[in-house]
Ligand binder design. Structure first.
Ligand code: C2E
Ligand code: CA
Ligand code: CA
Length: 578
């Protein structure tokens, strides 16, 4: 028989053990709570029910006994309730041993993963059931965000290229089986780069967001809108019932664009778009094929009437492929330097003396024929090939001038055309000046022709560059004056020495009184600004007489000489030098 003291001792021991156990349990519950877990278990034989974790905190309902399980239903959102309760059911005959499901709560704020598994005896009868609950809200939100990023464009909320193509492929399959056409329209914002540059990044983004949000209003079960690139959007229309059409949507968009978009800084910005449409199955038999054709179509449409909707046809594809072919040949020509400079004389009308010439490039083909610049300069500008071509032009023209000077003591001017792309290159001015310093020509004898559209942009960078050339002594001519934004007032602020009046003026200078008057006042004003004038494209005696009468300084045109090969122009050089 234990004595009193030992009973007390054992009692204390048990008490202490109990205290430790409940402290352990307390700590354990806390850990579960913090880690977002809760468990219960049920023994089918004994009916024992155990639970740990903070059910109240997780689900909003207290779970302390087996009868409480049914209460969990109240917490689960309706669409998940049935299957969750099925997992929780205390039923030894359930066929699944392990089963997991994610479900949301009615509050909409939490996501839970529930897992149940059965432990069976040797004969396979269920003995115990364990159920765990895990709070997966954070994981779920992260996963949703990743899915969003993978499929959506977060600036506009539209679906992105990948998701659009995925959906397009499904639609193509449907269109195939139902023999219904599927239209894909690519919508490209015109000159977005320029707009973006002038607005700055933040407002450029806002503009895209506004336009994208507007386009998203077309989304429905027949129409899908996606974003493909900075300023490229895509719309697919699959409508067996023929209730909506691409034409209808595009004309609605164009109508909207008659009004500006208002930015948060109150700026009102107008947009215009080019639209290319390709149709399945007419243009291609796969989703990607149709898309590509719509892209080609927009590309081709940029050079034509932008107000129209452009439909893809096989002719377009042919032209597109030819373009590629030409581009490839042009690359070869650049490598082989298969170019030649032609020279067109310019005359001083007053004295009748040769002023100099304009160097005009030709691409020499293998068969000896020449391709005119209008056919390849725009292409070279797009591909960047204009940089090596332009360098070749400068070197060839300057070397030629040097040669004529040495051989014939020639003192005429050599005018060369410079593309905007060349001028925008950072090192353009330094490279040119370095090269000129190594030559023996007088900078006064070299003239750089820049078109109006380049100078009108008048970015401080361009103006600075041109001024630097002017300071070095080069002549700077404003080419094609009158084809662009022709405002005489801005001429004053440009660092130019020469104004070339465009052929389009000269063409009607006699037949149209207004043109005559304008040309005369242009010449007068320009001369007062201290600039030299050259009339381009003079083809007739009458035009020359008129230009002489209004005191235009120089003329250039077929009347006095077409652009010609070097050996022919040398005769003019010789004559001038004598
Ligand atoms: P542009 O600078 O306006 O050159 C004048 C164009 O008008 C030349 O065409 C010339 O042949 C043509 N022309 C001159 N007088 C007459 C005339 O009386 N009647 C008619 N109908 N045409 C006349 P071209 O040589 O075909 O050059 C076309 C354009 O290609 C040039 O226009 C220029 O913008 C560009 N270009 C030519 N060479 C170069 C070059 O080396 N570099 C760059 N970037 N562009 C060049
Ligand atoms: Ca020119
Ligand atoms: Ca010109």
């Amino acid at each position: 028989m234990p004595d009193n003291a030992s009973l007390v001792y054992q009692f204390d021991l048990l008490k202490e053990e109990n205290r430790r156990l409940s402290l352990d349990r307390h700590i354990f519950d806390k850990f579960l709570d913090v880690s977002g877990n809760a468990y219960f278990s049920y023994n089918f034989e004994s009916g024992d029910f155990h639970c740990v974790g903070n059910f109240k905190g997780m689900l909003g309902v207290d779970v302390t006994g087996v009868d409480d399980i049914e209460k969990i239903r109240e917490a689960v959102r309706n669409e998940d309730a049935e299957s969750v309760m099925d997992i929780l059911s205390i039923d030894p005959d359930r066929d699944c041993d392990i089963i997991t499901k994610d479900f949301g709560l009615k509050t909409g704020r939490k996501w839970i993963e529930v897992t149940s598994f059965l432990i069976r005896d040797e004969e396979g009868f269920a003995q115990e059931k364990y159920v765990s609950f895990r709070n997966i809200t954070r994981l779920k939100v992260q996963k949703d965000e990743l899915t969003y990023l993978a499929y959506y464009d977060n600036q506009t909320g539209l679906i992105n290229r990948n998701f659009f193509i995925e959906q397009l492929n499904e639609k193509v399959e449907k269109a195939k089986s139902e023999h219904v056409p599927l239209h894909v329209a690519l919508v490209d914002i015109d000159s977005f780069k320029r707009i973006n540059d002038s607005l700055g990044l933040v407002y450029g983004d806002e503009l895209i967001m506004l336009f994208g949000q507007y386009l998203s209003s077309f989304n429905n079960e027949r129409v899908t809108v996606g974003r493909f690139g900075t300023d490229v959007f895509v719309i697919s229309v699959y409508d067996p019932g023929k209730e909506v059409s691409v034409e209808g949507i595009v004309s609605e968009i164009r109508n909207r664009l008659k009004k500006p978009f208002t930015l948060s800084n109150k700026d009102e910005i107008y947009l215009s778009v080019t639209v290319g449409v390709a149709v399945f199955p007419d243009s291609a038999t796969t989703g990607l094929g149709v898309l590509q054709n719509a892209e080609i179509c927009v590309y081709a449409a940029k050079d034509s009437d932008r107000e129209k909707i452009h439909y893809f046809d096989t002719n377009m594809m042919k032209k597109f492929l030819e373009g590629f072919e030409v581009e490839k040949r042009l690359q070869d020509a650049i490598l082989m330097q298969n170019f030649e400079l032609f020279y067109q004389p310019q005359y001083n009308i007053g004295t009748g003396q040769l002023r100099g010439c304009e160097a005009l490039i030709r691409w020499r083909e293998h068969d000896g024929s020449y391709i005119p610049p209008m056919k390849f300069i725009p292409l070279a500008e797009k591909s960047g090939g204009i940089i090596p071509i332009g360098q070749w032009v400068i070197r060839t023209a300057v070397n030629k001038l040097e040669e004529w000077r040495q051989k014939y003591n020639y003192n005429g001017i050599m005018s060369i055309n410079i593309s905007a792309i060349q001028l925008k290159k950072d090192s353009f001015v330094d490279d040119l000046l370095l090269f000129l310093r190594s030559s023996s020509i007088d900078p006064e004898n070299l003239e750089i022709e820049i078109t109006e559209s380049v100078l009108i942009e008048k970015t401080s960078e361009i103006i600075e560059k041109v001024s630097k050339l002017r300071q070095f002594g080069l002549k700077i001519a404003l080419d094609d004056f009158g084809t662009g934004y022709s405002s005489l007032s801005y001429l004053r602020s440009l660092p130019i020495s020469t104004l070339k009046i465009d052929k389009s003026f000269i063409d009607t200078v006699i037949s149209d009184d207004t043109t005559g008057i304008i040309t005369e006042s242009v010449v007068n004003m320009v001369k007062r600004l201290g600039l030299e004038t050259i009339a381009e494209g003079v083809e007739e005696e009458g035009q020359m007489d008129f230009l002489k009468k209004i005191n235009c300084d120089n003329i250039q045109g077929f009347l006095l000489g077409k652009p010609m090969e070097e050996k022919d122009f040398e005769k003019y050089v010789l004559e001038a030098a004598m």
